[in-house]
Design a protein around this ligand. Sequence first.
Ligand SMILES: Cc1cc2nc3c(=O)[nH]c(=O)nc-3n(C[C@H](O)[C@H](O)[C@H](O)COP(=O)(O)O)c2cc1C
Length: 184
Amino acid sequence: MNKRKVIPEILNRKSSVCFSDKPVSSEEINLLIEAAKWAPSSRNMQPWKVIFVSKKDDSYSDVLASLSDSNQVWAKNAEIFAIFAIFDDKNINKKFLDIGFCGQNMMLQAEYLGIATHPMGGWSEDLVKKAIGIPEKNHVVFVLALGKKGVAEELEPELKIREEKERMRGDNKDNFNFSNWDFN
Ligand SMILES: Cc1cc2nc3c(=O)[nH]c(=O)nc-3n(C[C@H](O)[C@H](O)[C@H](O)COP(=O)(O)O)c2cc1C
């Protein structure tokens, strides 16, 4: 029988708050880069600029401090922050889309490698730029927290609840249709 199913990494990826201390290897980082770079982009411009900052880097604490307070609570356990930025000139909307594809590729590859991920929009643009020397003309689009998957039982209670919460999606009928725009 032809058992078609959704790619497991798509179903299993989640915005995790559970990271272990185990290091992500440079080989794994290279695989994340390899997956990310094969994302589609408008006119194949590959507008993404991605900077990896690990706990070993001096700039790590500044990137952490650039995040919103509510993100710092859990993101302090992530070994790596990948900062996704684009150069701000023309076709900015397309670049935002392109870099989103790039980030999704990286997250799915991370899931395949047992690396937890969590994309963030909650940070100060000024502070994150200052932390790693991003020139003014660029936009930071999102910050991705990364780290080997941890054990939920070892998390403090509030984070454990968050990590184990069932992921939710709306009804397909609210987002997908056939033949015509027929949404309420
Ligand atoms: C652009 C973007 C910004 C986000 N910003 C934050 C954030 O600042 N803090 C946070 O905890 N989660 C953030 N998230 C994660 C979403 O809350 C999460 O993707 C959503 O609840 C669906 O859950 P799932 O990723 O586990 O499927 C962000 C996600 C995206 C795509």
